[in-house]
Design a protein around this ligand. Structure first.
Ligand code: G4P
Length: 532
């Protein structure tokens, strides 16, 4: 067990990711969290032009840095005695496998939903990864200051689509121009919304019981009061019971309504969130469970990023610390490399700012210089007590392209570049049976990864190539095959490929061709790509 002081540090840690569809308000919410934590002085709460607004976490200027620093970052700040690590999950065009991998390093997730839109495609994809890990998911339904969908409808959608229970912690009173605030179900009081929330840090909740008719009428009007009373009664009988254990197992999502832009409902959210989440979770390593308070240090690599700083042409491996304490200068053991190593230039990220780090604790994320030895999922631990984490699943690519080298003089560079970039996890490569490295299929989760590949192949390896986009969208592993895979009866647009380990896979343009393959080949069994 760690010492008392290290234990206290670990207990303070809360490491979470914010997931949302672009524009739901993730950046605005992150910014407000940072504001509460005192990590930044001014928030974009006084809304400027879109071009003026530049949140700290949103530091990737895609146009300027395309292909150079497309990544997710980590923000650390303190709030009310907690040490909070927010993992930023890239969205928009830079949505990639990194976005999924970041969730592997989080102990819980905050899901931001636009109240007018409900669940959107990216929320759906990210939710699935969180659900796969069984981490707690807290829902923040944002933009109540605008016209919104019926809150019961929104909850219903979450429950039906995601198969989880929801527990509204507060309840909105109107929306848009008629937004009057929220009713706090636990404290049984009203937090009133006025137009002057922007920039104000603390709001006094107006205590008001539902049967204090006159006071309520004054605050929100009699029609709203009647509706609220009815809705709260309905919630009390019809909604799920609150059960912290279910929350912690990711089966019940506490739901909060508010408006990030107006700084409304953020503080109560943050407080409840911190209260309901636990210190860093234990991790599986084979048949062992590693507790964060175990004395020996252990961590896994969840992201590798090349050329974060143009001037240095460096490569950084991001490690999630799972147990114990990291100390600069100490010798550690890289399990997959089978070697003792010094983790050089350890740093923590404050968006663009990197700070050297002397010590870090379970729950924290550190970035270390990678001389090209790490792969995604690798374990680093104490030299004495060795463990090996289960690794990170490879997520199914959603786009495929055939990439072919054009200059036979550069065959080696082409192969090296492709392999290294795949090893970092920026792309996945597949092979066409019978062909070598001169022509490969490149699979990606987000299209921007192709731009990253092209840019890096050109600048780092001096290679240009020909790329042909494929219509395929689905990839499945062949689990059982009644004949030799090359003899399978497949639709014309289905292709057989192999991964680097020689495992056979099929890529399909759509669900119907998956069905076709299964119907025409009795005995063929296909597995999801993520199931190893
Ligand atoms: P994202 O990171 O999830 O992509 O979303 P982001 O925070 O950038 O927010 C997207 C837009 O929604 C922003 O508008 C932001 O100001 C706005 N927004 C966020 N929270 C709220 C809220 O509670 N209420 C309202 N009304 N708006 C909110 P923008 O980029 O400045 O420009 P525009 O889209 O308004 O032109």
């Amino acid at each position: 067990m760690v010492s008392e002081s290290v234990r206290t540090e670990i207990e303070k840690r809360r490491t979470f990711a914010i997931i949302s569809h672009p524009d739901a308000g993730k950046t605005t919410l992150t910014e407000k969290f940072l504001l509460y934590g005192g990590a930044i002085q001014t928030a974009g709460s006084v809304k400027g032009k879109a071009s003026d607004r530049h949140a700290v976490s949103d530091w990737m200027d895609l146009e300027k840095q395309r292909g150079i620093s497309i990544t997710s970052s980590v923000l650390q700040f303190s709030y009310e005695g907690y040490c909070i690590n927010i993992l930023d999950t890239p969205g928009h065009q830079d949505f990639s496998e990194d976005t999924y991998r970041t969730l592997m390093a989080a102990d819980s997730a905050v899901m931001v939903i636009d109240a007018a839109k409900g669940i959107e495609p990216q929320t759906r994809k990210l939710f699935r990864v969180c659900a796969m890990r069984g981490i707690p998911i807290f829902t923040f339904i944002n933009k109540l200051d605008r016209e919104a969908r019926d809150p019961f409808d929104l909850l219903d959608e979450l429950e039906k689509e995601f198969g989880i229970g929801t527990y509204p912690m507060n309840w909105p009173i109107g929306c848009g121009r008629d937004f009057k605030g929220v009713y706090d179900r636990e404290k049984r009081c009203i937090l009133a919304f006025d137009n002057f929330h922007a920039g104000r840090r603390r709001l006094e909740a107006i205590r008001c019981e539902l049967d204090e008719t006159e006071k309520l009428d004054e605050l929100i009007g009699s029609t709203m009061r009647e509706r609220l009373t009815e809705q709260v009664e309905l919630l009390d009988v019809a909604s799920f019971e609150f059960d912290l254990d279910q929350v912690r197992r990711g089966k019940l999502s506490p739901v909060f309504f508010g408006s990030a832009l107006n700084n409304f409902g953020i503080e109560p959210f943050l407080e409840s969130f911190l209260r309901m989440t636990s210190h860093p979770l234990a991790h599986r390593a084979g048949d062992q469970t590693v507790e964060p308070f175990d004395d020996s240090f252990s961590a896994f690599v969840f992201k590798i990023q090349a050329n974060m700083n143009k001037a240095h042409r460096d490569r950084i491996a991001f490690l999630r610390i799972c147990s114990g304490m990291f100390e600069r200068g100490r010798e550690y053991y890289h399990v997959q490399g089978g070697k003792a190593i010094k983790l050089s230039q350890p740093q923590q990220m404050m968006a663009q700012e990197r700070e050297g780090v002397e010590r870090a604790y379970a729950g924290d994320i550190i970035g270390v210089f990678d001389p090209g030895i790490f792969s995604i999922g690798d374990t680093v631990c104490d030299t004495g007590e060795r463990i090996c984490y289960d690794g990170i699943p490879t997520f199914a690519p959603e786009h495929f392209a055939e990439v072919e080298q054009v200059d036979s003089m550069k065959r080696k560079q082409f192969a090296k570049g492709m392999q290294q970039i795949a090893q970092e996890g920026a792309i996945q490569i597949f092979f066409l049976p019978g062909t070598g490295m001169e022509r490969v299929i490149v699979g990606v989760v987000g299209l921007l990864q192709y731009d990253v590949l092209e840019h890096r192949m050109k600048t780092e390896y001096g290679v240009q190539y020909r790329k042909h986009d494929l219509p395929h969208q689905i990839i499945r592993r062949i689990a059982e095959c009644p004949v030799a895979p090359a003899d399978l009866r497949l639709a014309e647009d289905t292709r057989l490929v192999e991964d680097a380990r020689g495992r056979k896979l099929l890529i399909f343009p759509g669900e119907w061709s998956v069905r076709w393959a299964l119907e025409k080949n009795p005995g063929l069994a296909l597995k999801d790509f993520t199931d190893m």
